[in-house]
Design a protein around this ligand. Structure first.
Ligand code: ATP
Ligand code: MG
Length: 717
């Protein structure tokens, strides 16, 4: 604790209470009930925008102003520093509004920050001379533990392992029970659970072995704080004298570990106010659970439980859509939902628009944003929300082109991402080596250069690897598009252009339009919200769908959609694209969450009509399915359909390619990419016509390499 435990904090006498009416004036009846409830357990269970955060700050002010508790004896906790900051801000402004009741000095912070302060204070007494050090990043310790456990790991694997350790610790799961718990939770992990458990055990041991100091990670801060209070009566006493009243916002996000700390703080007392919305549970994958919120009145049967239904944030039009979307939810959390009633004056109906591809979608969104700004909406009151950070790229591009300032929240801008910076460097090096490619070969060459950075043909397993893959795919598609528009583009020109693009997006501006993932948007609100990329496979995201259409993972995606919708005060625009890249096969479907809530056909939506196909969609020569990914089109079969490849021929072709590339002093992919060679070794072309039918082989390559290749095929088949 930065401020010493105040053993002598005097309780203001009730007689000296400041008037509190001002604090109640602009609350509705139910909010007031929660604010005025006597000391003791209070639970506010309510939907988005019903004033939960407002109620909780008012309750603190009320308790303080009426003399029940001193400001320094209140601890308000939240889960993100942003939410803690927002809470402090609201408490400070209440202080001014209510004539100096003192709420400005209430401690509002995250669980981690609170635990850290407490541990700093109690540690010397508990442990003595050995100090502790915060392990800011567990990466290297996890990497070493993985190594010792005999795992071959790349950067992304180490990150995913670290994520598993964090989930286990937050869920109070030990290395011994990890494999069983993972199976029970149905977690998607790209490793053998026993191996993860070994890494987890090795990681804990390595931290303890450090000499002269104890290494603690963020979760250890919580564990040690709870243990200190649980095991040492004097520490518990001192702590409990210091804090008497606890308040938790967004309580549906609490993890079992955080709950253990909260229980230690409380002891036998029950001065706890919690607010939350089980239908906004979107962090289950990190161990958060709404069960404590939903079980609150079972644990505290005497608790005041208040449900709020009036939505003060959004227009009835937005509220009605939110109700319909969450109305389709299933499971325990859905059971707690309430029908929201919009309190604001009516506004425009939410709009739905279907677009031929993501570029068209982003262009349309940027155009509409510009219109809103011209009509008087401040840019800071507008947000574009998407499912994953890699989706920001097309919007950064479209807003830049439209001259609209923006900031990317909860993730760096696209060109600042580590894998994108690495990619630009790799492309630049290739350009400096004098690689001369242009046109469609440039697009293929770029893909090949990005392959070692993680651009595999199929999406990899593992969260971090998948994020990287998504970003690299977005970059490759950006290049495809550039090449399609300017066939004469060379590699050095492309690199220059990409660098210019990256530079033109700096510096981010605070007053601009917000680009954010749905996760990063929680608790926030804007006048206008654009929910983009609402295609099945993006929202719900494909790896959630792989758990089954009725899975808990898909339900969490639905809640994410609900969080997104309820961020909008007035304007809400929902959009999706039928293809990823311009000219791509329009095989996508609108999000299943739009079923029954949105008009579905392009004709109904008022959105752009899908572009006509250039020719019949290419089909898999094995199973006849329509092909959409560049790699499958190149291979002329689905990537996972069995291949009838002539392996000897492929080996010969690769040999021939390295010789030829060496003679020409160019990298191998400039001659042919791997996928083109595979297509040759599978389709065994016997003449020029069959050869040019393979994507990636145009007239120039036919002339240059055709005779060699046909000769090789003849000799080997
Ligand atoms: P979320 O679930 O998204 O966190 P919330 O329930 O915490 O939402 P708040 O952010 O507290 O909701 O309130 C939503 C908006 O409604 C805020 O702008 C708040 O100032 C306003 N509001 C809340 N209660 C009232 C009220 N009684 N009268 C007028 N405005 C209100
Ligand atoms: Mg809130």
């Amino acid at each position: 604790m930065s401020d010493r435990p105040a053993k002598m904090v005097g309780m203001p006498s009730p007689g000296s209470a400041a008037p509190t009416e001002g604090l109640l004036d602009d609350l509705d009846e139910e909010q007031r009930e929660a604010v005025q409830a006597p000391r003791g357990p209070v639970c506010v269970l309510a939907g988005a925008g019903t004033g939960k955060t407002r109620t909780i700050t008012r309750r603190i002010a009320h308790l303080v102003a009426s003399g029940h508790v001193a400001p320094s004896q209140v601890l308000a906790v939240t889960f993100t520093s942003r939410a803690a900051g927002e809470m402090r801000l609201r408490l400070r402004s209440l202080d001014q509004q209510a004539g100096g009741v003192g709420t400005g000095s209430v401690q509002a912070m995250t669980f981690h920050a609170a635990a850290r302060r407490q541990l700093q204070y109690f540690w010397p007494r508990l442990v003595g001379d050995t100090g502790w050090e915060l392990l800011d990043s567990k990466f290297s310790v996890v990497a070493q533990a993985a190594n010792r456990a005999g795992m071959k790991t790349g950067t992304d694997d180490v990150r995913d392992l670290a994520g598993e350790i964090e989930w286990a610790k937050a869920s109070l799961i030990s290395p011994e029970t990890y494999p069983a718990e993972v199976a029970k939770a149905g977690r998607d992990i790209p490793f053998d659970a026993a191996k993860v458990a070994a890494v987890y055990a090795g990681y804990e041991a390595a931290k303890a072995r450090r000499e002269g100091t104890t290494l603690l990670d963020f979760d250890d801060l919580l564990l040690h704080t709870a243990a200190a209070i649980e095991n040492d009566a004097a520490v518990a006493q001192e702590f409990r004298d210091r804090y008497r009243c606890f308040v938790v916002d967004e309580y549906q996000d609490v993890t079992p570990l955080q709950q253990r700390v909260l229980d230690a703080w409380l002891g036998e007392r029950d001065d706890l106010t919690v607010v939350g919305d089980a239908n906004q549970t979107i962090y289950s994958f990190t161990g958060a659970t709404p069960n404590y919120l939903l079980d609150f009145s079972r644990r505290f049967p005497e608790a005041t439980v208040v449900r709020l239904e009036r939505d003060y944030r959004s227009t009835p039009q937005v509220v009605s859509l939110a109700n319909r979307v969450i109305g389709a939810a299933r499971g325990r959390m859905a059971g707690s939902r309430l029908h929201l009633v919009g309190q604001r004056p009516p506004g425009p109906e939410p709009s739905f628009s279907e677009n031929p591809d993501e570029v068209a979608e982003a262009t349309a969104v940027a155009k509409n944003i510009k219109k809103l700004i011209e009509a008087g909406t401040p840019p800071a009151e507008i947000a574009v929300l998407y499912r994953i950070n890699a989706q920001s790229e097309v919007y950064e591009e479209a807003l830049t082109a439209a001259g609209v300032a923006f900031q990317v929240r909860g993730g760096e801008g696209f060109f600042s991402r580590q894998e994108i910076r690495q990619s630009l460097l790799a492309l630049q090096r290739a350009a400096e080596r004098g690689v001369e490619v242009a046109g469609p070969e440039l697009a293929a060459g770029v893909r090949e250069l990005l392959e070692p950075l993680g651009l595999t043909t199929e999406a990899p397993a593992g969260t971090r690897a998948r994020e990287r893959w998504e970003a690299l795919t977005a970059l490759a598609e950006l290049v495809d598009e550039d090449v399609a528009q300017r066939p004469e583009l060379t590699l050095p020109a492309l690199v220059t252009e990409l660098r210019q693009r990256a530079d033109s997006r700096h510096p981010p501006v605070v007053q601009g339009v917000t680009l954010a993932s749905l996760h990063a948007a929680k608790g926030l609100e804007w006048d206008a919200v654009f929910l983009v990329g609402l295609a099945d496979g993006t929202l719900p995201i494909s790896h959630a769908l792989s758990h089954g259409a009725d899975s808990e993972a898909v339900e969490e995606e639905r809640r994410l959609f609900y969080v997104g919708i309820t961020r909008a005060r007035v304007h809400l625009a929902l959009s999706w694209a039928l293809a990823r890249a311009p000219g791509g096969r329009q095989g996508r479907k609108p999000s299943r969450f739009l079923n029954g809530v949105a008009p579905h056909t392009a004709a109904d939506t008022g959105g752009a009509k899908p572009r006509r196909q250039r020719g019949p969609a290419p089909r898999c020569r094995v199973c006849n399915a329509a092909l959409s990914t560049p790699a499958s089109i190149m291979l002329r079969r689905c990537e996972n359909c069995p291949s009838d490849i002539n392996e000897d021929l492929l080996a010969e072709l690769k040999d021939w390619r390295s010789r030829t590339a060496k003679e020409m002093s160019v990298p191998a992919y400039v001659v042919f990419t791997d996928n083109t060679l595979i297509a040759i070794a599978e389709t065994l072309p016997t003449d020029d016509a069959a050869l040019v039918a393979i994507p990636g082989i145009g007239a120039r390559k036919l002339e240059q390499f055709g005779p060699d290749v046909l000769e090789l095929v003849r000799s080997r088949s």
